[in-house]
Design a protein around this ligand. Sequence first.
Ligand code: BGC
Length: 521
Amino acid sequence: MPAVGGITAGGKEYPGNLTPFVTVTCVVAAMGGLIFGYDIGISGGVTTMPSFLRKFFPSVYRKQMEDKSTNQYCQYDSQKLTMFTSSLYLAALVASIVAATVTRRFGRKLSMLFGGLLFCSGAIINGAAKAVWMLILGRMLLGFGIGFANQSVPLYLSEMAPYKFRGALNIGFQLSITIGILVANILNYFFAKIKGGWGWRLSLGGAMVPALIITVGSLVLPDTPNSMIERGQHQEAREKLKRIRGIDDVEEEFSDLVAASDESKKVEHPWRNLLQRKYRPHLTMAIMIPFFQQLTGINVIMFYAPVLFETIGFKSDASLMSAVITGSVNVAATLVSIYGVDKWGRRFLFLEGGTQMLICQAVVTAAIGAKFGVNGNPGDLPKWYAIVVVLFICIYVAGFAWSWGPLGWLVPSEIFPLEIRSAAQSINVSVNMIFTFLIAQVFLTMLCHLKFGLFLFFAFFVLVMSVFVYFFVPETKGIPIEEMSRVWKSHWYWSRYVTDEDFPYRGGVEMGKNGQAVKEV
Ligand code: BGC
């Protein structure tokens, strides 16, 4: 009986090194994560800046100025305010569907370039905003940019990387997301102090910087060999592969890429195709992984850390500072996963991170519940109490940052066969964005109604997702990307959907029609 984790023996080993060329290329591409991160981190801080609220959301501002002894849980509950944060994710959702076709037909590189340009225009409009509609329009353009970048960057990295280092290089994307968030938190902290109250313009307009980095970066990057072959440029692709791997002997890998591409050409309707039985595991992962990633509740912290900290009794300045602290933990813990993902594997990180998050959510629930009760009125907050809450929120963030954070992007990008890769990645991005949107949109209302029970809501999902990983997510560490079918074929559950008949040319052994091995590879 195959193992729960679905580890298989045997398989290919492509020669090739972690060349400086591939490293630099991946670092530049990973910068695509900066634009996403910057946005996640910037909006929460901006929405606690009084001058910003007074100008665009006066009703929230007034509510805030009222007597603080009233219910703290509800002071930011405004649909218009959350729309500012979450409109971006709706736009990203739409864009990722268009981006699937662009990524497939015109390559990963062009998709990144589009992302950068759209993002630039959004940053300009936001920085210059005079009315709420400008804010929302700007956020939507930023969202379109993110849709393109999140579609193309993870695929780009997984295709470029030598398979043994794929995890580490791919997590470069998540690392730059976390750096983007942290930089945004730090800038908010300083810009909020600007006399005259126009600091928010710098915060929002500052998105230009990461936008320019990815725009210029994408102009100098080469496209991936997989994508060149997909578009018929075989000779260039072979040369590029030699350059990337740093060796001349790339024939084996090259011919497998061509085989994967030929196979994918037979597929006329990648979207409809996804519904075929043999893609059931892929479709399941494309939906469940991003869904679960968002249901960890991480974005409650990422978007609203300043709001949350203020709610539980910190002063405005201390709240922005606490966001800087959680942001730093997020970056540091991502480095741990870069180190460990190709050593300890994906499953270990998923399960460890899940357990850690669960424990922290329980502690934070108890701590906030004990102090605020159900009427949201804390009285005086002792210092030790604030420290305990921030500490456990940090441990929670670390748990996420070495598990579901990076793996939520890595695992989907490495499991889809080429013929459905762009379409499936677009489902992954879309589901991620829908749930990011929903959480951004309903969190403040949920906080208002569920109060401290909110954290238990997310804890429940963390438990469910850990059980899901244990039974259904196979280990994908160290498996070449175009050979991934073998992890499904030997999985206790997924093997009923994916057989040798379905993916004959992969898996180290080529199978004949009757299931006999005809060629050992
Ligand atoms: C998630 C984001 C999240 C970020 C936090 C990403 O992987 O997709 O929603 O805000 O991690 O670091």
